[in-house]
Design a protein around this ligand. Structure first.
Ligand code: ATP
Ligand code: MG
Length: 259
C-alpha cells in the first residue's frame, strides 16, 4: 500500500504497514499488533511528539548504557519490525550484543528475527541457543542466554512485559524500557522508563550516545546524571505533561481542537 506523505496519520500508518509486513515475514506475532494498538492510543494523546520528560529519561538511559559493563539489547517481534536498523546501530555504538527474546516464543520466529538483524549488519545476535532461565517466569518466556541477558548488568528491553521486567529487576539488573504507557507495570518497575514511541526514542538515544562519543564524556558526569534521576518522579512528570496537554485541549475553542 502506498501512503501519501500528506496524510495526517502518515507516520502512524507507516508503522502499521511495517508491523503488517512483520507478520507476513513471520517475525511479528498477532499479539504484537494488539500491543501496538495500546501504545499508539497513548501516542495520540501525546500529540505523537516526544515529551520533555521522555527526553530526560532518554538522556539518563544513554548515560546508563555508556557506563554499563555488559549491556544487552533485547529484541522482540515488534522491535524487529519497527526499528531493527536502529537497534543494530545502537549495538555498534555501545558494543553490545542483541538478544532475541520473545514473549510468544517460537524457534522459527527467533531464527527469522536473528536473520533480519544480521542482514542489517548485526555482528552478535543471541537468543537462538538459550542456556539459562530468568527466575520467576514460566515456560519459554523465561529463556535467556548466559552470555547475554542472563549476566547483563544493564538491559534495554523495549516494549517489554511487566512480569519479565520485574524479574530482571529482581535479578539485580538495571532495566531501561521504552513504553508509551506510563501506567504499565513495565514503566513502573523499570530503572529508567522512556515513555515515547520506539522509533523516536531509539533515534534520540542513538543521537545522544553518538554525540557523547564524538565529544568525549566524563564517567562522573554520567554517574551524576543517573544519580540525580528518580524514575517514579519522572513518570509523574510524564502524566503531568499529558494532563496539561489534555486540559489545554479541553479548553480550546472548536477551531483549536481541529488544528
Ligand atoms: P505490562 O505488562 O507492562 O503491564 P501491558 O500488558 O499493558 O503492560 P504488554 O503487551 O505487556 O502491555 O507490552 C506492550 C507495551 O508496549 C504496551 O504497554 C504498549 O503501550 C507499548 N507499546 C506498543 N507499541 C509501542 C511503540 N511503538 N512504542 C512504544 N511503546 C509501545
Ligand atoms: Mg503485559
Amino acid at each position: 500500500m502506498i501512503i501519501p506523505k500528506s496524510h495526517p496519520r502518515y507516520e502512524s500508518l507507516k508503522r502499521r504497514e511495517k508491523l503488517v509486513s512483520g507478520i507476513e515475514a513471520g517475525i511479528t506475532s498477532l499479539h504484537g499488533l494488539i500491543a501496538h494498538g495500546r501504545g499508539e492510543a497513548f501516542d495520540y494523546l501525546m500529540g505523537e511528539k516526544t515529551l520533555k520528560s521522555a527526553l530526560r529519561a532518554t538522556e539518563v538511559a544513554a548515560a546508563l548504557l555508556l557506563m554499563a559493563k555488559s549491556p544487552v539489547l533485547s529484541v522482540n517481534g515488534n522491535v524487529a519490525a519497527l526499528v531493527s536498523r536502529e537497534m543494530v546501530h545502537l549495538s555498534e555504538l555501545i558494543d553490545a550484543p542483541l538478544e532475541v527474546n520473545l514473549f510468544h516464543r517460537t524457534e522459527e520466529r527467533v531464527k527469522r528475527i536473528k536473520e533480519l538483524l544480521e542482514r542489517e549488519g548485526a555482528k552478535r545476535v543471541l537468543g537462538d541457543k538459550p542456556d539459562s532461565r530468568i527466575p520467576g517466569i514460566e515456560h519459554a518466556r523465561a529463556l535467556a542466554t548466559r552470555e547475554g541477558i542472563y549476566t547483563a548488568d544493564v538491559v534495554l528491553a523495549p516494549l517489554e512485559d511487566g512480569d519479565r521486567c520485574e524479574s530482571l529487576i529482581a535479578m539485580g539488573k538495571k532495566v531501561i524500557t521504552i513504553d508509551l504507557n506510563p501506567l504499565s507495570r513495565t514503566s513502573r518497575y523499570a530503572t529508567v522508563s522512556i515513555v515515547d514511541d520506539i522509533e523516536r526514542a531509539l533515534r534520540n538515544l542513538n543521537t545522544i550516545i553518538g554525540e557523547k562519543k564524538e565529544r568525549g564524556y566524563e564517567y562522573r558526569d554520567l554517574d551524576a546524571l543517573v544519580r540525580g534521576y528518580d524514575n517514579s518522579e519522572n513518570l509523574r512528570a510524564v502524566i503531568k505533561e499529558l494532563s496539561t496537554r489534555l486540559s489545554e485541549l479541553s479548553e480550546a475553542s472548536e477551531g483549536g481542537l481541529k488544528e
